[in-house]
Design a protein around this ligand. Structure first.
Ligand SMILES: Nc1nc2c(ncn2[C@@H]2O[C@H](COP(=O)(O)OP(=O)(O)O)[C@@H](O)[C@H]2O)c(=O)[nH]1
Ligand SMILES: [Mg+2]
Length: 229
């Protein structure tokens, strides 16, 4: 079968960019900072969110939207700590803005100080989609190898923070935090690097500080969540 090109005379990418920018602005105006987590499957996104919500829920209004191909498992884990809604994509490898906007009312108790969005686990497709987040955080766990930033550059180039997760396993795996940080910064020179273990709590205070810093911006001005630099 031959290929036929159909001109649709609309710049769909520009429309999507504009929709994401409008959503970002709308949420900032409500004082909500959207923090989105990307990573490969199993890097520790949900565990980090569980610990984070447990730590911050008394001080901040938190909500979580979590994407997976199937099952409600992550939302069920997270619901113990914060209102959480699962978005199942039924096969798609990433979330898209309309899915986030449709799921948001299901969370109920808006407005939030921080709305976390955990994307479907992979380092390729999510990088190409703007969900209107104010902060994009990419997790790289110590079991994945320190050479991944250079191999998946778009995911790292479009993120502001790299969280090197599971540092409690460093004695058991060949992973250099310095090498991973160097690789990530080569792709994104402004990248902020945090190393932590959600399991032992090591490095978690710096993560909470970062979130607090963003939340204060959200509470204080409409340019919520600008990258602190
Ligand atoms: N050793 C260790 N394991 C962790 C840590 N964080 C998560 N895990 C484990 O890694 C696995 C995947 O975690 P999960 O949070 O579901 O990852 P996600 O797929 O990125 O959401 C689970 O078995 C967690 O218990 C950590 O800091 N240290
Ligand atoms: Mg998860």
């Amino acid at each position: 079968m031959g290929t036929r090109t159909v001109p649709i005379k609309r710049d769909i990418r520009a429309e999507r960019r504009a929709a994401a920018a409008a959503f970002r602005e709308q949420m900032a105006a409500r004082g909500t900072c959207i923090v989105r987590l990307l990573s490969s499957p199993g890097a520790g996104k949900t565990t980090l969110l569980e610990k984070t919500a447990e730590q911050l829920r008394d001080r901040l209004r938190l909500g979580v939207l979590v994407g997976d191909v199937e099952t409600q498992r992550d939302a069920e884990r997270l619901r113990r700590f914060a209102p959480s809604v699962q978005i199942t994509t039924g096969g798609a490898c990433h979330l898209e803005l309309p899915l986030v906007q449709d799921a948001l009312p299901e969370l109920g108790s808006e407005p939030f100080d921080i709305l976390f969005v955990e994307d479907v686990g992979n380092l390729i497709c999510p990088a190409s989609h703007d969900l209107g987040e104010h902060l994009r955080v990419i997790l790289l766990s110590t079991t994945e190898g320190d050479d991944k930033p250079g191999k998946y550059p778009k995911a790292f180039r479009t993120s502001q923070v790299t969280v090197i997760s599971k540092v409690d396993l460093l004695p058991h795996v060949p992973f250099s935090v310095e090498a991973a940080a160097r690789d990530a910064k080569q792709i994104q020179p402004q990248m902020l690097i945090l190393s932590l273990s959600a399991m032992t709590g090591e490095g978690m205070p710096s993560w909470y500080d970062l979130l607090e810093q963003y939340r204060r911006r959200a509470a204080g001005d409409r340019n919520a969540c600008d990258h602190p630099g």
